[in-house]
Write a protein that binds this ligand. Structure first.
Ligand SMILES: C[S@@+](CC[C@H](N)C(=O)[O-])C[C@H]1O[C@@H](n2cnc3c(N)ncnc32)[C@H](O)[C@@H]1O
Length: 298
């Protein structure tokens, strides 16, 4: 038995949070994403799964949830998130893979995956796995990079870009960086047992020249209104969707939380420094308050 193996865009050791977000250059994107998340998040909830949480940029935005599991494949990103948010029963830190989620089925009330699906070679598989760990009627907020955006259309028209922004297939712009067609995302969500409930288009003004000329506050102010057209058309580089988990998922047995990513059986007692699967004997480390499910230890 072994874990599913896919190529992963690994952020291990990356200074993504510092250079991309903390430098202030993406303040506009950060603020419009915050508005979109506020609009899509449920009013409250108990247990939220944040997939590809990175350094926890969005985590404080899930304030209405009692407990949040931050999962990311990169251990250093999870460590940064822990440094930022601190040790608290409110947060559970997990280094793990969306293709091999280490949780029992039907566990979470909600999940988010923001700026992650564009790194996945098998998005449909990931969506199916996410659905499995959500309870029936749970909310799943998914952000994706949209190939059907105005800039790509214009470049295609002028012959500056070979790939077709109107066609359904995904485009890999650079290695492990994909853009998707809204139609395709909808099809995948549907076949993974999600019902698309609401769409917001985000970052209408993500154009270098506009960001230089106009104050960020003005662009954010305009974007908040433009977002509301998302159910009708999607022409922005980033799209936020709220989805509802359809179909029946029985609730997990009481006190069950983690499951072995190798044999998929429930794990006992998450309060140890090493978790041992009583079925396949795989061992999983818990170091410095972070559960590490990427690779079993000897
Ligand atoms: C662009 S960052 C986004 C971080 C955060 N969601 C945000 O918006 O600030 C993408 C994150 O996805 C994580 N990631 C990529 N592939 C993954 C996988 N297969 N399983 C879990 N996390 C993954 C990366 O390690 C990285 O931290």
């Amino acid at each position: 038995m072994k874990q599913e193996n896919h190529q992963i865009c690994d952020y291990e050791g990356s200074d993504y949070q510092e250079t991309f977000w903390d430098s202030g250059e993406r303040d506009y994107e950060d603020q419009v994403e915050e508005i979109a998340l506020k609009r899509l998040l449920p009013a409250d909830g108990s247990l939220m799964l944040e997939i590809g949480a990175g350094a926890g940029r969005n985590t404080p935005r899930y304030e209405n949830f009692s407990q949040i599991v931050l999962l990311d494949y990169s251990l250093t990103q999870v460590q940064k998130a822990k440094q930022k948010l601190g040790e608290s029963p409110r947060y559970i830190y997990v280094a793990g893979d969306v293709y091999n989620l280490p949780f029992v089925e039907g566990l979470f009330d909600a999940a988010t995956m923001i700026r992650v699906i564009h790194h996945l070679v098998d998005p449909h598989k990931a969506l199916t796995n996410i659905r499995a760990v959500l309870r029936s009627k749970a909310i799943f907020i998914l952000e994706y990079a949209n190939k059907h955006n105005l800039k790509a259309m214009l470049r295609y028209l002028l012959g500056k870009q070979k790939w077709n922004p109107y066609s359904a297939e995904s485009v890999e712009l650079v290695e492990l960086n994909f853009n998707f067609h809204p139609r395709t995302i909808k099809k995948w969500l549907n076949s993974a047992d999600f019902k698309l409930d609401r769409t917001l288009t985000v970052s209408h003004f993500r154009i270098g020249a506009l960001k230089k000329i106009f104050p960020t506050g003005l662009l954010v102010w305009l974007d908040q209104f433009a977002q509301l057209t998302g159910n009708w058309w999607q022409l922005t580089p980033s799209v936020f969707t709220r989805n509802i988990a359809v179909g029946e998922t029985p609730p997990p047995e009481k006190d069950r939380f983690f499951r072995c990513p190798v044999c998929k059986k429930d794990l006992d007692d998450p309060g140890q420094t090493i978790l041992v699967c009583s079925h396949c004997q795989s061992k999983w480390a818990v170091r410095d308050g972070i559960y590490d499910f990427r690779q079993a230890i000897d």
